[in-house]
Design a protein around this ligand. Structure first.
Ligand code: ATP
Length: 235
């Protein structure tokens, strides 16, 4: 059985329907990339999985139905969401940002876990008591990912982690993400415009256009697909 099985008949905001018949599966510890152009509906996919849109259909995590649950319950069920942009609270310190991610855990355990993250990533540790806004873009993205992993999720949702980062920083961030998810056994659903980076880390991928899936397959196959190469890899 897949960890995540989503059969989204439709999803949107108010009267606006953005997604139509979007079916997704992520195996336990698996990785799925969602590719697509600006405005295709990628962010809406993640927001739907987190309970932030109007949705018709079924979204199951480990067999448990999530449609109808509050975003808080969905997070507690094991889905952590790193939103687009700097998913950090700039006015809070680095330590406080990590502790926000541990809000579903007893506080002593959360503090110990935050300390472990800051030992592991000394750049975060050095700035533990400073506002997160002082971190570089890549460091803020790392902090947002660490904060999401603080809740020990089964599935990590990532919305364009490469946005605004230089290619070298993106490569470093994805290498770190790869190691962290492997170590913790966390599955990943990654939305990206940077198809190169996304197909490098994912096992499976889908392409979404105008709210519908138009292509799906193993990441390696999509990398060789002429249409994907033209539209998303700039080849
Ligand atoms: P981007 O890469 O620019 O974030 P995306 O693929 O993530 O694009 P979405 O943000 O999911 O796309 O947007 C898909 C469609 O949904 C767009 O047409 C957008 O205008 C619409 N949309 C997004 N948010 C809302 C909202 N809160 N209310 C109504 N429509 C929305």
């Amino acid at each position: 059985m897949s960890l995540l099985t989503a059969e989204i008949a439709s999803a949107g905001y108010g009267r606006a329907t953005v997604l139509h018949d979007v079916d997704l599966e992520v195996p336990a510890e698996g990785r799925l990339a969602v590719l697509g152009a600006n405005g295709a509906g990628k962010t809406t996919v993640l927001r739907t999985l987190s309970g932030l849109t109007r949705v018709e259909g079924s979204i199951r995590l480990d067999g448990r139905e999530l449609v109808g649950l509050s975003p808080y319950r969905i997070a507690a069920a094991g889905i952590a969401h790193v939103p687009q942009g700097r998913g950090t609270f700039g006015d809070l310190t680095v330590r406080e940002n990590l502790l926000v991610g541990g809000a579903t855990r007893p506080s002593r355990a959360a503090r110990a876990e935050a300390d472990r993250w800051m030992e592991r990533f000394p750049r975060l540790g050095e700035r533990a008591a400073r506002p997160a806004s002082g971190l570089s873009g890549g460091e803020q993205q790392l902090l947002a990912i660490a904060r999401a992993l603080m809740s020990a999720p089964r599935l990590l949702l990532l919305d364009e982690p490469s946005l605004g980062l230089a290619p070298k920083i993106t490569a470093e961030l994805f290498a770190t993400l790869d190691v962290l998810c492997r170590e913790t056994g966390t599955a990943m659903l990654l939305v990206e415009q940077n198809a190169q980076a996304a197909l490098g880390i994912a096992e499976q991928a889908v392409v979404i256009e105008s709210g519908q899936i138009t292509l799906r397959g193993p990441a390696a196959e999509l990398r060789d697909d002429d249409e994907v190469r033209r539209a998303y890899l700039g080849v």
